[in-house]
Every structure is written in C-alpha cells, then in structure tokens.
Design a protein around this ligand. Structure first.
Ligand code: GLY
Length: 338
C-alpha cells in the first residue's frame, strides 16, 4: 500500500483495479466545500462516480452512519469488485474503512485524507472504527486501503482546530521516534506554521515515516504499534467526555501520560523536565485539574487485558517502550498528578 502526495498515479491505480462500480463517500459539508476536487476525481475515474453522503466529525462514526453507508452500498448493488473512495478527515476514513471491510466480507477502498490529522495518522495503517456506547473506536477492523492520496492542497482550507488535531499527532511522532521533529518545531511560531508549506511538508513526511515504521512491524497492533497510541489512552478518555477536539485530547493525554510515568518511577525527574520543556517551548500550557478520567474508559481501552494495560512510556525524546502495568496502579498515579 503506497501513499501518494499528488494525483499523478490516481487514474492508473483506479483503472488497474478494473472495478465494476466506483463510489465516493464523503461528508455533507465536504460535498459543498470540495466540489471542485470531487469533479476532478469524477474526470479521473473510468466510469460513473456515485456519491454517498454521511455526517461530519464524530457523528460520522456513529452506528447510524455506518448503517447508512452499508444501506447505500446495498442499494447500489456494489460487489466485491467495486471500488470505494473515502474523501474526508479521519472520521470518514475510519467509518468508510469499516464499511468496506465488512460489506460482502471485504471491498477495496482508496483513502483521500483531507485533514492534517488524517494525512499523518488516521488514513494510514488500516485501522477502521466507529464509536460505541460512549467509547472511542470500540468497534472496528484492520483493513488496508489499496492506496492513499494525501494531497497537500487540501490542507490550505483547514481551520485552527483541525490544524492542531494534526499537529498533536506530529508532536506525538516526535516523542515516540523522531526527535528531529522538535528541532523543526521549536524554530517555528506554531501559529505561523500553516503559512509555511515547505516546513509543514517536511513535518508531514517525517510523521508519515514514523507511522509506517510502526505499522510495518506490527499491523495487527499486538505490540510495538501501540507506541502510536502514546497519549491516546488518557486522551481518548477525555475526548468524548469533555467534547474536546482529538488534537487537544491527545496533547492533554501526552502530558498526563508523561506525568503518570514519572509518578510510577519509569522516567526520572530530570528526563521529565526535558520532556515537559518541549511543551513550554511549543507554547502549550495545560490545566489538568479541570479533567477527571473515568476508570471505565481505561478498562475499555484496546490496550487493556484483564486488570492490566499496555502503557507506552517515553524514555528519552524519540525512544519509547511499552510497559505492562496494572490499571489500579495507573489510576492511583493519575490521582497524584497535577
Ligand atoms: N492511530 C494509532 C494507530 O494507527 O495505531
């Protein structure tokens, strides 16, 4: 599965698939906003292009939205030889990937991520999901897209929140593997990064390389891939409860998980000072007092088993290890954090 940064190979890849039908799934707002791009895609595919519309954001990841997609697929008589194009942010690629993996036991799809978060993380690696009973990504599968077209042009239209969503995953990539990401970030004013396409492109390439590094080693997420979940155990526990954007939730999650690791004695205070300094340098300040993590959210985390959880811990910038700790210990350490 390849990731392309331009449309150059799109027609060839679609043609080679020789699909009996091609369907594009996107959200209602994106249908309007990306009208020009959708028409461009229509011209690049060899047959008619049906369009299926779903809600935007986390609403896309509801049971109802999955049902809507599968109903449309059925009404269009799609087969295992059909091809689906998922155009949108991480929520679109998550739910469309899931629909494609279960429809007739598997149908091919291409991801066209339109947000920074989706381009550096969500659309890569074949994880698909919807939320369920208030828990993030509770139902899902592993189903690789046949290709990903992460086109830089889409990023020009992002708002501040969408930008921070992606930036959080880039910062995470810096913590877990590629500390050079911080060398680049600390020289920038984060608020101006959006206007610096060359720097942004470098950061995107680096974050994609980090993602691919872990996915290649452990596609089914049984071990080292869990490093990509750094900041997400506690981040996800806050995201739906406090209606935070994914990016802010992950940044809070990273901050809290660093503190938990220190309280549990896995990271020395000296190292913690260096790690926390990264947040200061990036101008990110947190008030963790206002959030309370529910024990149940941690029990529902996909890294938990029995009364234990796999917990990614940063040893130094760019170095991560996955520890198995008891959930009781984790919660006790969390209560001591400030
Ligand atoms: N977003 C985490 C992963 O793909 O494993």
């Amino acid at each position: 599965m390849d990731i392309y940064r331009s449309w150059k190979m799109f027609s060839k890849i679609v043609k080679e698939r020789n699909a009996d039908q091609i369907v594009l799934v996107t959200s209602f707002p994106l249908r309007e906003k990306l009208h020009g791009e959708i028409e461009k895609i229509r011209k690049m595919v060899p047959s008619d292009l049906e369009i299926v519309l779903i809600p935007d954001g986390e609403k896309a990841k509801e049971w109802k939205s999955l049902g809507r997609i599968l109903t449309q697929f059925t009404m269009l008589y799609l087969t295992r030889k059909s091809l689906v194009i998922a155009l949108g942010g991480g929520s679109v690629s998550d739910v469309v990937g899931l629909a494609c993996s279960i429809y007739k036991r598997g149908m091919a799809h291409i991801n066209v991520p339109t947000t920074l978060l989706a381009q550096v993380d969500a659309s890569i690696g074949g994880k698909t999901a919807i939320n369920f009973l208030g828990h993030k990504n509770q139902l899902g599968t592993f189903h690789q897209p046949i290709a990903i077209f992460a086109i830089a042009k889409f990023l020009r239209k992002l708002n501040r929140e969408q930008f921070i969503d992606g930036l959080a995953e880039i910062i995470k990539a810096g913590f877990i593997k590629d500390y050079e990401i911080f060398d680049i970030l600390v020289k920038q004013k984060i608020s101006e990064l959006r206007k610096k396409p060359v720097v942004l492109e470098r950061l995107i390439q680096k974050a994609i390389a980090v993602k691919e590094h872990f996915v290649k080693q452990d596609f089914k997420d049984n071990g080292i891939r869990q490093a990509l979940n750094f900041g997400h155990t506690l981040g996800h526990a806050l995201e739906l409860k406090y209606s935070l954007s994914h990016g802010m939730a992950v940044l809070y999650g990273i901050f809290l998980e660093l503190q938990v690791a220190e309280k549990l004695g896995f990271v020395s205070t000296t190292k913690m000072i260096i790690l926390k300094e990264m947040f200061d340098l990036l101008g990110i300040n947190f008030n963790c007092h206002k959030f309370k993590i529910d024990r149940k959210s941690i029990l529902h985390d996909k890294k938990s088993f029995g009364d234990k959880i796999s917990f990614p811990v940063i040893d130094m910038l760019g170095e991560i290890k996955i520890l198995k700790i008891s959930i009781k210990e984790l919660i006790a350490a969390l209560e001591k954090c400030n």
